[in-house]
Design a protein around this ligand. Structure first.
Ligand SMILES: Nc1ncnc2c1ncn2[C@@H]1O[C@H](COP(=O)(O)OP(=O)(O)OP(=O)(O)O)[C@@H](O)[C@H]1O
Ligand SMILES: [Mg+2]
Length: 1011
């Protein structure tokens, strides 16, 4: 039996996966995953407890098996395998993996790290010891982030390579991967080093297992690696699961997935050249750093401190912060000592008869700078100053001569090295530097206009003899052509060569490289958008530069890297002045529109408004009515969510006029949806209703789903406010379906909100609770700032209705805190009202008054849906005074409540006002009046059913009848209340909650009275 079965919910194949998982668990461990003395307690265990991992009971079981069981037995069926076939596949993968390379030997996902590496690595013993210590701790479960820092060429990469090489030898089962940052201008590509590190892991050994972890714990990342996940046909499901995702969610999911990977085998992740990292990667690193201490994960990152200082890189602040809080380690590299230079010399040239002063000369010249020293020696060798005679290395010239000619700096060293190359070699490398630290042979061949085979031969020389580049491997480009990828042996070579090109040549080559890449990539060019944008910008082809910056921004949006997207668009905007005429205005409009949208997604309302205003100004030039209407629409929505309702109304009017002039029904409906919402927000319910109904009917007629979804969801809201719960559910259900189809996270959460509340009022308690629970989890997962703080007080209300006052208080307090934390005033105010009711119940007057007056203050400041919350506040305040037996005050608020509820057609509160007035009349010893009010309340409720309120009204009436000495009438009323109570209780699947409800004094007195 699955958790959802214990709750009496709808079942599907995933319930069977759960059962199969339980059977597997028992077969593997000889114990049951869920136990208890009675059927009920076993059901309880199934619903709430996590079984021990199988590996804890049978240590010989592989950890992957634990993961498979964990996923099969997940409480939420969404997290389970989709079918028994998926589960079977996972088991097959596990079996295959157990006999393959996955069974214990280290797994390395970077070809460069597999090679034998520097045979002549010297020194760095303290650093290596430190790194090895950190790795040991990580393997034991205390992960750490460590930075290896120092100037260019000081040996960061060499040290980390050496460390990982040793780690591989000493730690079987260690998973090693490396991601590189690439020197980019501006913002760069979001998450590049992480995608670079994770991508190969999904192609290497054990990939099925890693993919299944990623699939379970990091769906947002799976959508970024479609090649791996599209084949399984699961992409659509993935798309569903990631509706409304955010950057925070992506970061959390990568943390979860790495943690899970590391459960199976510890991981060493090397992130190279972080001084070029994109801002999202830095944020992710920071996120990982905060949770790494309990994971079997070591992250080593290399960077050049001077570079992050100079460019004011985001890593700068982060590094300072982490070091102060002792959240990371830093290993700062210095030059090699004379002793190590000498060892290096002797290792590289064995045997030799160099004079002892030679190593001193090299060390003095280079100050022990490794890149300088190793290059100098190579240079001397190439010049023949160091030569091999009779199996011995010796100096061909006196030391004093060599000293005079030796270069003075790394730069002049490199310069001499390049001068020593043949003309065609030098030119090839210079042109290659256009592509960056890595380059493709096909592109280079076309830049040089030479045959590819000749080029490969030339490059082979540069690799073997001069050791200036290394081959990375072959690659098939999207048009089917084959290319070899090379890498400069050191970034400084590339920098030097690039700077050495004259400006005009650089411009020409960049443009040509961009065009060649474009030809090879064709339709898939947007995949390399940042690279192309760079080539075209530097190649002064501005229209194309802008085009690819737009692609880069769009791509970043897909990664929820909205801040990066905004920067790409900003960069593009800065280039638009170089565009000509028509193109220019149209492009500017699009760019402001896109930047407005990402600013809106970042809740940067002021910036978004600014963008839309600029967009509209520009539209004057293009004269495009369509863009004008779209811009006004977007602006109106932004103004609405910024609570600037007056401006919003004026803007919507203009949008309508534009849509009308354009004859666009779609745009008209989108605006009308907003207008309907605005009226609803102001409490102009009679105006709002026909508008929303027209939006629904017309959008349905032309099948315009976005407007239809919006119309439906706000119409559901209006029905809910006016106590027409069945219809609210109907509308919200359709809106929910459409929202998933459209991937509109906001409408999805809104529909769930109204579904939860409406079901609750109808007494379908568990449906209400589970809907709201799902909504709050989704909002939390996505880091949603709008709905997340609005949900807890709704859950608190349901608990209160079920007489669970402790639970109510807890959720309401959480609601107040979240409202404050997220600066969502109505969430705070609404939770304060609830809290006041909780305090009233507990007889705490002062706290009640304080909560209510705080809520009132908020309403004075903010008009957003104020009418609606005021109704709740008046009801709560009347209840409070009644309890305090201040009948005049109670009457005043009950009267206000009745008037307002009538004005807005809030029938639940009309009934509540009458019930309050009846109870006031009882306190005032006016039973006739009381009976009359009860009758009015019940009449209202018969037309607008609210079971939750109905049973309490019957119960109150029963008590009155009993007091009046009419036991038969009293029993009848109690019986009616009892009937509702029982049907309501039957919908509560949580046993404890149901018991709390049924055993509460309020319910017990009714049940007793009905007997
Ligand atoms: N400990 C060492 N032993 C021997 N050679 C070394 C050592 N450290 C560095 N080298 C030599 O110096 C060269 C430059 O070192 P490396 O590439 O590691 O520098 P880096 O700090 O990573 O530079 P960058 O900041 O440009 O990435 C290496 O190619 C290697 O030849
Ligand atoms: Mg390096």
């Amino acid at each position: 039996m699955s958790p959802e079965q214990t709750r009496g919910e709808v079942l599907d194949a995933r319930s069977d996966v759960f059962s199969l998982g339980s059977a597997l668990y028992e077969a593997a461990t000889r114990s049951l995953p869920f136990t208890g003395p009675s059927i009920l307690s076993v059901m309880h265990a199934i619903a709430v407890t996590e079984p021990l991992a199988p590996g804890r009971l049978r240590p010989e079981l592989p950890r992957e098996f634990d993961l498979i069981i964990e996923r099969a037995l997940a409480k939420e069926k969404e997290r389970r395998y989709g079918s028994a076939a998926d589960l079977a596949q996972a088991l097959r993968n596990l079996r295959a993996g157990l006999s393959g390379p996955w069974s214990g030997s280290p797994v390395v996902y970077d070809r460069d790290l597999i090679g034998t590496g520097l045979s002549s690595f010297v020194g760095r013993e303290p650093e290596l010891t430190k790194l090895e210590g950190l790795l040991r701790q990580a393997i034991e479960g205390n992960g750490r982030v460590v930075f290896i820092t120092g100037e260019p060429g000081i040996g960061k990469t060499s040290l980390s390579d050496e460390f990982l090489r040793r780690a591989r030898a000493s730690c079987p089962g260690l998973l090693v991967s490396r991601g590189r940052c690439v020197e980019q201008y501006g913002t760069g590509e979001a998450y590049l080093p992480f995608l670079d590190a994770v991508g190969p892991m999904l192609e290497g050994p054990g990939r099925e297992h890693l993919a299944s972890i990623l699939r379970t714990y990091a769906p947002t990342w799976c959508t970024q690696l479609p090649a791996v996940f599209a084949s399984t046909g699961a992409l659509e499901k993935l798309q569903q699961e990631t509706i409304g995702a955010t950057k925070e969610r992506m970061m959390r999911e990568m943390g979860d997935a790495l943690g899970m990977f590391a459960n199976t085998s510890p991981i060493a992740l090397l992130l190279e050249d972080l001084h070029w990292a994109d801002p999202s990667s830095v944020d992710l690193l920071r996120h990982l750093c905060q949770r790494i201490s309990s994971q079997r994960l070591l992250i080593a990152g290399t960077f050049r401190p001077e570079d992050i200082e100079r460019s004011n890189h985001p890593l700068k602040g982060y590094r300072a912060e982490m070091l102060t809080h002792n959240l990371c380690e830093e290993i700062a590299l210095d030059s090699l000592s004379h002793e190590h230079t000498a060892i290096y010399l002797n290792q590289t040239f064995t045997p030799n008869d160099f004079p002892s002063e030679f190593s001193l000369l090299i060390h003095d010249k280079t100050e022990g700078h490794p890149l300088f020293a190793t290059n100098l020696l190579q240079y001397l060798q190439e010049r023949g100053d160091i030569a091999r005679r009779n199996q011995h290395w010796s100096l061909a010239r006196p030391l004093s001569e060599m000293e005079l000619e030796a270069p003075e700096s790394v730069r002049s060293m490199i310069s001499k090295k390049m001068d020593a190359l043949a003309e065609d070699e030098r030119r090839a490398l210079q042109y290659a530097s256009i592509e960056g630290a890595e380059f493709l042979s096909t592109i280079l061949a076309s830049l040089l206009d030479i045959d590819e085979v000749d080029l490969e031969e030339l490059l082979a020389r540069l690799e073997k003899t001069h050791r200036l580049i290394t081959t990375k491997g072959e690659e098939e480009l999207p048009d089917g052509s084959l290319a070899t990828r090379y890498r400069f042996a050191h970034a400084l070579y590339q920098n030097f060569l690039y700077q050495d090109l004259v400006n005009k040549r650089r411009v020409m080559l960049h443009r040509q490289a961009g065009e060649r890449l474009l030809a090879h990539y064709g339709k898939r060019a947007p995949q390399i958008a940042t690279q192309l944008a760079l080539h075209f910008e530097r190649g002064r082809d501005f229209p194309r530069a802008v085009e690819f910056l737009v692609h880069a921004g769009d791509h970043a949006t897909k990664l929820y890297a909205n801040a990066e997207a905004a920067e790409h668009y900003t960069r593009a905007l800065s280039l638009t002045e170089k565009l000509s005429g028509d193109d220019q205005a149209i492009t500017i409009v699009t760019l402001y529109q896109k930047r407005g949208a990402v600013n809106m997604a970042l809740s940067r309302f002021a910036d978004a408004i600014d963008d839309y205003n600029r967009m509209l100004k520009q539209v004057e030039l293009t004269g495009s009515l369509e863009q004008k209407a779209a811009g006004l629409n977007a602006l109106a929505a932004t103004l609405f969510f910024s609570h600037r309702l007056e401006e919003m109304a004026a803007c919507a009017d203009q949008a309508l006029a534009a849509a009308k002039a354009l004859g666009s029904e779609q745009l008209r409906l989108e605006t009308m949806g907003l207008v309907g919402l605005k009226h609803l927000c102001y409490g102009e319910v009679e105006v709002s209703r026909p508008i929303l109904e027209d939006v629904i009917a017309s959008a349905r007629a032309i099948n315009h789903k976005p407007a239809l979804a919006a119309g439906l969801v706000w119409r559901a809201g209006l029905c809910f406010f006016q106590t027409d719960y069945e219809r609210a559910i109907e509308y919200a259900t359709e809106a929910r379906r459409l929202a998933s189809e459209l991937r509109d996270g906001f409408v999805l959460l809104t529909s769930m909100f109204f579904l939860g509340l409406s079901n609750g009022n109808l007494g379908r308690m568990s449906t209400a609770l589970s809907t709201l629970d799902e909504a709050i989890r989704m909002a939390g997962r996505n880091g949603d700032k709008f709905w997340f703080p609005r949900m807890p007080n709704c859950i608190g209300w349901l608990h209160r209705e079920l007489q669970d006052f402790d639970g109510a208080l807890k959720h309401d307090q959480q609601g107040v805190e979240l409202g404050r934390q997220y600066h969502v005033m109505e969430a705070e105010a609404n939770s304060l009202i609830n809290l006041g009711i909780d305090h009233t119940h507990a007889g705490q007057s002062e706290e009640t008054i304080a909560a209510f007056s705080e809520a009132r203050e908020i309403f004075e400041r903010d008009a957003w849906f104020r009418w609606r919350y005021m109704i709740r506040l008046e009801a709560a305040t009347a209840g409070y005074w009644l309890r305090r037996k201040d009948l005049a005050q109670a009457r005043k608020f009950a009267g206000r409540l009745l008037r307002t509820a009538q004005e807005y057609g809030a029938h639940k509160y009309i009934a509540e006002a009458h019930r309050l007035m009846a109870r006031i009349a009882i306190a005032d010893e006016d039973p006739a009046q009381a009976e009359q009010e009860f009758a009015l309340a019940l009449e209202e409720l018969s037309r607008y059913p609210v079971p939750l309120l109905e049973w309490r009204t019957h119960a109150d009436l029963g008590r009155l009848k009993s007091k009046l000495g009419d036991p038969e009438a009293a029993r009848r009323s109690f019986a009616q209340a009892a009937e509702i109570i029982k049907s309501c209780a039957a919908t509560v699947t949580d046993e404890d909650l149901r018991a709390t409800f049924l055993n509460s004094p309020a319910v017990q007195s009714v049940l007793a009275g009905s007997a």
